[in-house]
Design a binder for this molecule. Structure first.
Ligand code: GAL
Length: 711
């Protein structure tokens, strides 16, 4: 008996000294090809728990099945001292993508990150607007760490004593093969909590992984059709009359315009905010909205989260706010339904009810001084760290829901997000302004279920201005944000015509873009995507068996490098922006033949080409067999039905599933939408023939007629 007691005591002491939670990970299937793995005692509030997400299980079930590329026992999870450690195996040639909205790197192997919501500070260290703790592996699986915590990730940097593939210790003085970063065969994660939930997604391809991830988060958002037009934000002190003048100028000059964005001074007070119209600049907000509506212009309003004592919301929301203020304004605890409801009521009364179409939600990301500190307390008792990690997500959820309750779609901007926001119609932006890095962020956004806009603000030269305009027109939100500089699309007269041309091209692409966004909503396929997610472009083809040779095998050579400056838009378009100072650039074409979008000329197949299209064009290439539906470039998105130009490129026959609905409401969720099959056949002699059911076109919301154009 005595012996048993001492043995028991010894065991208790050993386990206490390690403070190790020995419970083994619990695996539970959450959907086809999706598993929830939990260990210890996970936080009540996590990245997804507050967002009311309904996974789209039916759409997930349609993705082909594939086992995980490793055994469960190869994933190590343990809880020690109130911290959770995770370890995933890494193969030598494996690549890791995702892990937040990075601006300088696409591949994350060899990196150390602390994923922390913040304004991007110029370094890919994990502090960013959407530090989504989700990674996708080139082995065909992905993992979401579902914890609203500052999460540390070592992506193939730590070398363990018990490694299965231990690198050899070398002497730096005498061995030329010595390396400062010896090979590591694991990806390690630290979550500062006594347990965690991890969600594992299978492939087989990386695109399948990303699709499962997006669909598990409710699917992608489908913006209203007007959201895909051209956006322009006016300087902050503009009045209603000045805005009307600016809108008129767009009309007179023949520049497309769908949305006008108002900056902080539409309100009686900002930083902190009242969310109430300034009577001096906007004496009759409802009449102003009406004028904009008559001109077919939507309005989008800047806000930040902090509540001003000058406004009527202050006293009502005060009981549901943090111990700390920001800019002396209240910080609502938006995990609480009371705070959510008060915000909705206020927004309805002052904006939604008079026709405002959405928000730009600023300053919910950080900069540390402009946020609450982690010692702040919140009335729901949710720790400040957790609130910080999900604040942007919560604001997206509240405003989306408010519009959904009225059966109206919104589209807006936000400076912070995280996992679980793919179904919310918001696009991330920031104050950083590097054109190249903006494109890298665009590519990275596609791995982690968020949108990003490389917005245009100002430029030093007309060349840079045009290059920036060209890329923003191929992004989820084509916007000029002139809040500080008062720039207009025509601000650089020598390139004004080319800017107009690309803005009009954007308008003509809307049927194609809208269908691509529908594929995001229904199938989880990101409309703007990294090349690594493209079939025929294989990230794992760091062809071990091929020896690299810049002349004989340039494709393999290119794949060895990280691709940060070209991307896919929709099913068929490859976009390769040029940057200021460049006359030409290299473009990696995936397998199969590719054609110039503008001329239809074949440019190559599975190879690296040099593009030199001149200043007026952004290089765009089209996959063989592509079918691309276009509006006339003068289309206005005002409910008019327009004739379609249906282009076909290349030699292969092709099909396209053209999507259409009313463009504004959520009725598509009740089945009120159409998929119109477009088809082009090519016979043995190369003769092409196009087919569409005319009755489909007649029944559609957006198209009056069609004609085929064969390139
Ligand atoms: C910044 C934001 C800018 C602009 C500005 C207005 O925080 O990133 O786009 O809206 O606020 O004060």
């Amino acid at each position: 008996m005595k012996y048993i007691f001492y043995t028991y005591l010894a065991l208790v002491l050993v386990s206490c000294s390690n403070n190790k939670n020995s419970s083994s990970p619990r695996w539970e299937q959450a959907a086809r090809g999706v598993w929830k793995v939990s260990v210890g005692d996970p936080d009540k509030v996590n990245l997804l728990s507050e967002l009311n997400i309904v996974p789209n299980l039916d759409a997930i079930a349609e993705i082909r099945e594939s086992p995980l590329p490793f055994g469960r026992e190869e994933v190590e999870i343990e809880v020690v001292d109130n911290r959770t450690f995770l370890r995933f195996p890494l193969e030598e040639s494996e690549k890791i993508f995702g892990l937040g909205l990075n601006f300088k790197t696409v591949e994350q192997r060899d990196r150390i990150l602390r994923l922390h919501v913040d304004h991007y500070g110029g370094r890919d260290d994990g502090r960013t607007h959407a530090p989504v703790p989700f990674f996708v592996s080139s082995r065909g699986y992905g993992v979401l760490i579902n914890a609203a915590r500052y999460i540390d990730v070592w992506v193939g940097t730590g070398v363990r004593k018990d490694s299965e593939h231990p690198p050899v210790a070398r002497d730096r003085n005498s061995d030329l093969d010595w390396t400062a970063k010896p090979y590591s065969d694991n990806l390690e994660i630290l979550i500062p909590a006594g347990g965690a939930e991890v969600i594992v997604f299978s492939g087989p391809t990386m695109l399948d992984v990303v699709r499962r991830f997006n669909l598990y988060n409710g699917g992608g958002c489908l913006p209203p059709k007007w959201g895909l037009g051209f956006w322009h934000r006016v300087p902050t002190l503009y009045t209603d009359k000045e805005i009307e003048e600016e809108v008129k100028e767009f009309e007179e000059k023949g520049f497309p315009l769908s949305v006008i964005g108002l900056e902080p001074d539409w309100m009686t007070a900002a930083y902190p905010c009242t969310y109430e119209w300034d009577p001096g600049r906007f004496p009759e907000p409802a009449a102003f909205q009406q004028t904009m509506k008559e001109r077919n212009i939507r309005t989008n309003l800047w806000i930040n989260p902090y509540i001003s004592p000058q406004g009527e919301l202050y006293d009502k929301i005060e009981p549901y706010t943090s111990s700390h203020t920001v800019w002396c304004g209240l910080v609502p605890d938006y995990t609480m339904p009371q705070a959510q409801d008060l915000l909705k009521q206020h927004f309805r009364k002052h904006q939604l009810d008079i026709g405002v179409s959405g928000y730009k939600m600023d300053e919910n990301d950080g900069y540390d001084f402009w946020l609450w500190p982690d010692v702040a307390t919140f009335p729901s008792h949710t720790p400040a760290e957790q609130i910080r990690q999900i604040y942007g997500s919560l604001m997206q959820k509240i405003t989306t829901e408010m519009y959904e309750e009225e059966n109206i779609r919104t589209y807006g901007l936000v400076r912070a997000g995280n996992a679980g926001t793919s179904s919310f119609p918001f696009v991330l932006y920031n104050d950083y302004y590097n054109h190249r890095d903006f494109i890298t962020a665009l590519i990275n956004s596609s791995f982690i279920g968020v949108f990003w806009t490389p917005e245009v603000r100002a430029s030093h030269t007309s060349e840079e201005w045009l290059r920036r305009m060209q890329t923003v027109c191929f992004s989820p939100l084509a916007m000029l944000n002139a809040w500080a500089d008062g720039t207009k699309p025509w601000s650089f007269p020598d390139v004004a015509e080319q800017v107009n041309e690309v803005a009009r091209l954007r308008m003509s692409l809307i049927p194609y873009l809208y269908s691509s966004f529908a594929d995001y909503a229904f199938k989880g396929i990101p409309p703007v995507r990294a090349m690594n997610l493209e079939e025929g472009y294989r990230a794992d083809v760091v062809l071990k068996e091929v020896s690299f040779d810049a002349t004989a095998n340039p494709y393999a050579m290119a794949l060895k490098q990280e691709v940060k400056d070209q991307f896919m838009v929709g099913e068929y378009l490859l976009v390769a922006p040029l940057f200021e100072g460049e006359k030409e650039r290299q473009v990696i074409l995936p397998q199969g033949k590719w054609y110039d979008f503008y001329t239809g000329e074949c440019v190559g197949e599975g190879e690296v080409i040099t593009a030199s299209p001149g200043l007026s064009k952004i290089p765009v290439y089209v996959k063989d067999g592509a079918v691309i539906p276009l509006y006339p470039e003068t289309a206005k998105l005002d409910g008019t039905k327009y004739p379609l130009e249906i282009r076909h490129y290349g030699e292969k026959p092709g099909t396209y599933s053209l999507y259409d609905d009313d463009g504004e409401s959520y009725n598509y969720r009740k089945g009120e939408y159409m998929r119109i099959p477009l088809e082009v056949s090519v016979d043995a002699s190369g003769k092409k023939e196009g087919k569409v059911e005319t009755s489909d076109i007649e029944r559609s919301w957006s198209f009056s007629d069609y004609r085929f154009v064969f390139y």
